[in-house]
Design a protein. Structure first.
Length: 400
């Protein structure tokens, strides 16, 4: 297949859109935390852009997309992008463009986890965790699902990262808060709502590249993924807003924005495999299920500071399950038919792949945090929790 300039141009834009999501996440998280910890959590997102890029071009891409044995992880044949030349193509676009597009997914996924342990983890421990988590959790599941590995052989589909991004990050978030423990003050108020709104806008904007770009071409499925992304985000945002309004008796801007993120996370695995009508159902389900997952988390006393598990973990899991129900080859002939069209095999493959991912992410995350803690303290000193910007980084977001 020759180089397609239309597909290539679209994927250049999609790559830039996914890249801007990580700074968007930094602003979203930065606005939600205490004003004395805003730089600390924003830096955790930004540093992933550097560390993960280095890791990706040295070994990550090879471990994800080379041959390998056993279908669990690739080999090192493509280490340092060895053997990849500008004329190599992936579909109708340069292979190097595929490399950098996938890199942006690798950048943002561990950054999502940081919202769970906000205000509690040392920067040194986070850097070690960032590298280890990519190597032992993220890279294997990219290979297993998108790299032609074991779960792909099972028939598992994940259009843009319901398992690979959101379920893995969400279960890692749950494991991390169980290991690290609660903050001294769990009632810290949102310190900058405009930051949250700016971050949410960048995330929503970037998500069009995240989902529509995962078709790797410009065709009718690209349009399906695009409109499904918008539909699910809107339906989830308004559903969440109405539920929160009912309980708080006031309409909350922040609650609506969190609902929007839940809708985006939930549609991610299904965006190119379901109809727009199904996306409406998925959006409403995301608003309801993820909202009450957050309520449950609070009732259980788990200090997932920015609700990574409830929004991304539960959202990603819900999206995979609903994909197993609502997928239709009438929408995407390259996909599968779900329970609604009489296919239980595909549904069971999705559930099986999801169960493996959740267990793997939880166990490996908890285990690596324990191992890191034997080398260097994972949790900051108690006195540092009230102001990590100054105590850890020697900087302050505000002059007053």
């Amino acid at each position: 297949m020759p180089l397609d300039t239309g597909d290539t141009s679209f994927m250049l834009v999609a790559t830039a859109l996914v890249m801007i999501m990580t700074p968007g996440l930094a602003f979203f998280y930065g606005g939600l935390v205490s004003r004395k910890n805003v730089l600390a959590i924003m830096m955790q997102s930004y540093v992933s852009m550097g560390v993960t890029t280095i890791l990706w071009v040295t070994v990550g891409y090879s471990l994800c997309f080379s041959g390998g044995a056993g279908g669990v992880i690739g080999d090192l044949d493509l280490m340092f992008l060895k053997g990849i030349v500008p004329s190599d193509l992936f579909g109708g676009m340069p292979l190097l463009l595929f490399v950098v597009y996938q890199m942006m997914f690798a950048v943002i996924t561990p950054a999502l986890i940081t919202g769970a342990f906000a205000g509690r983890i040392t920067f040194k421990a986070y850097l070690i965790f960032l590298v280890a988590w990519q190597l032992f959790v993220y890279f294997p599941f990219v290979h297993m699902i998108w790299g032609g590995g074991m779960l792909a052989d099972w028939g598992v589909l994940d259009f843009a990262g319901g398992i690979v991004v959101h379920a893995l990050a969400g279960m890692a978030a749950l494991a991390s808060v169980m290991f690290v423990g609660s903050r001294k003050d769990q009632d810290e108020a949102v310190h900058n709502v405009p930051f949250v709104a700016l971050g949410a806008a960048l995330l929503w904007f970037g998500w069009f590249g995240f989902n529509a770009g995962s078709q790797y071409a410009v065709d009718e499925i690209t349009a399906v993924a695009l409109i499904n992304t918008q539909i699910a985000a809107a339906f989830a945002a308004i559903t969440w807003l109405l539920i929160a309004w009912h309980y708080a008796e006031k309409p909350s801007f922040v609650e609506m924005l969190i609902g929007m993120i839940a809708g985006l996370a939930t549609i991610t695995p299904a965006a190119g495999f379901v109809s727009p009508q199904s996306a409406m159902v998925i959006g409403v389900a995301a608003g309801v299920v993820c909202y009450f997952a957050v309520v449950l988390r609070k009732q259980k006393g788990l200090d997932d500071a920015l609700d990574v598990w409830g929004v991304h973990g539960v959202g990603g899991c819900l999206g995979i399950i609903m994909l197993g129900v609502l997928a239709s080859t009438e929408i995407n002939p390259a996909g599968a038919d779900g329970l609604m069209t009489g296919s239980s095999d595909f549904f069971m493959a999705e559930v099986g792949g999801l169960a493996l991912a959740c267990a793997w992410a939880f166990i490996f995350t908890y285990g690596m945090l324990y191992a890191i803690d034997q080398v260097t303290p994972v949790r900051v000193d108690e006195g540092d929790e009230t102001g990590m910007d100054v105590t850890l980084h020697g900087e302050s977001a505000y002059t007053d």
